[in-house]
Design a protein around this ligand. Structure first.
Ligand SMILES: *Cc1c(COP(=O)(O)O)cnc(C)c1O
Length: 355
């Protein structure tokens, strides 16, 4: 190609894409809302909307009726603020002195997590905020003792929340946290109370209170068996075949020759690797789909490349786009990564295309 002729304003066609289903995202939110027993259903869009693109996710879900969004940091809040419209935006990590100016400017609410954050917020003039109260996870949040000592007195609390540590499994900790949250509700004056993440919604009516905060299940993750068959896959990674080659019986494939051909065969090398979040746990275990056939991953996943075994007599060529098997529960079992890691690891080289 004559480089001088290249229009530099046109980015090159990406050799890997993330096909994102608007319909599946909306379907999942509606199902979670339906399971929330009359509570409002929000959306956790931290970590760039679990890798999907927080701005696009917020726009789509706001269009479907979602009114409450959660990010982790003020940098994330700044990115999504332009599409928030009249929606409520909460910043889960609360507020530091360095965040006060942007917090005031955006009108998003900090989720105050400690006595120090409460004091900082009050000293800065207060205003509507959310609070996180720890009920047993010991990660973030004021303690029940802080609350009993009056740490929240005089605050203008929109949403009082806590977070479940073990909602994805049947654990006595769930009920213990629920009982503590009920006690909090009787002591802390707030407009709304919120406890459940995706898995918490599956625990039923008692856990839903006024507002639920799903993340994972919006994006196709199945947090518990109650959600099986109801949640649809949203993100479909696709990668181009770079090269198809013949491998003789006895030939090896990839770093450290971990795969050896038992007969003459063909392999396809695709434009995807662990730098794109397709981590080495998929080595010899993952797969890709092309025209209804599954092509297993053979050998090690490299930084930018993965090799697939082509079934006998099968037609596939350089430039063809294969779909990576990324059904989250299956991919999680194959790779040893959590469904969360599979989503938030999706890298920046993908062209994200909503369909
Ligand atoms: C991330 C997060 C959520 C969403 O959790 P999922 O398990 O992804 O549904 C809800 N609440 C808080 C406080 C969170 O940090």
């Amino acid at each position: 190609m004559n480089l001088l002729m290249h229009d530099r304003s046109q980015p090159p066609v990406a050799p890997l894409r993330l096909r994102l289903s608007r319909e599946a995202l909306i379907h999942n939110w509606r199902w979670l809302h339906g399971q929330s027993f009359g509570a409002a259903c929000g959306a956790a869009i931290k970590a760039d909307g679990y890798g999907h693109g927080a701005v696009a996710v917020a726009e789509i879900l706001a269009g479907a009726g979602c009114r409450d969004f959660f990010v982790a940091t003020w940098a994330e809040a700044l990115k999504v603020a332009p599409v928030m419209g009249g929606c409520s935006l909460s910043v889960l990590h609360g507020v530091r002195a360095a965040d006060l100016a942007v917090a005031r400017a955006l009108g998003a609410r900090p989720v105050l997590n400690s006595v120090a954050q409460v004091m900082l917020w009050k000293a800065a003039g207060g205003g509507a905020c959310d609070v996180m109260i720890d009920t047993g996870m010991n990660r973030l949040g004021l303690s029940m003792d802080d609350v009993a000592a009056g740490a929240l007195d005089g605050l203008d609390i929109d949403t009082a929340m806590s977070h479940l540590a073990s909602a994805d499994v049947d654990s006595a900790q769930n009920d213990a946290q629920l009982q503590r949250f009920i006690e909090i509700k009787s002591r802390v004056a707030a407009q709304r109370y919120s406890l459940a993440n995706s898995a918490g919604i599956c625990l039923g009516r008692d856990y839903c209170f006024d507002l639920t905060r799903p993340g994972l299940a919006l994006y196709g993750g199945v947090p518990r068996k109650e959600a099986e068959g109801h949640i649809r896959q949203v993100a479909f990674p696709e990668a181009e075949v770079l090269q198809v080659r013949n491998v003789r019986a006895g030939g090896h494939v990839g770093y450290n020759a971990t795969w050896t051909a038992t007969q003459d065969c063909r392999v396809a090398t695709i434009n995807l690797g662990y730098a794109d979040g397709y981590l080495r746990g998929f080595s010899g275990r993952g797969g890709a789909l092309f025209a209804g056939h599954r092509l297993p991953v053979i050998g090690r996943v490299s930084m930018d490349l993965v090799t697939l075994l082509i079934p006998d007599g099968y037609v596939i060529a350089a430039g063809d786009l294969v779909s990576i098997d990324y059904d989250l529960p299956t991919a999680s079992a194959e790779s040893g990564l959590s469904q969360y890691e599979l989503l938030t690891g999706l890298g920046q080289r993908y062209e994200r295309v909503w369909v």
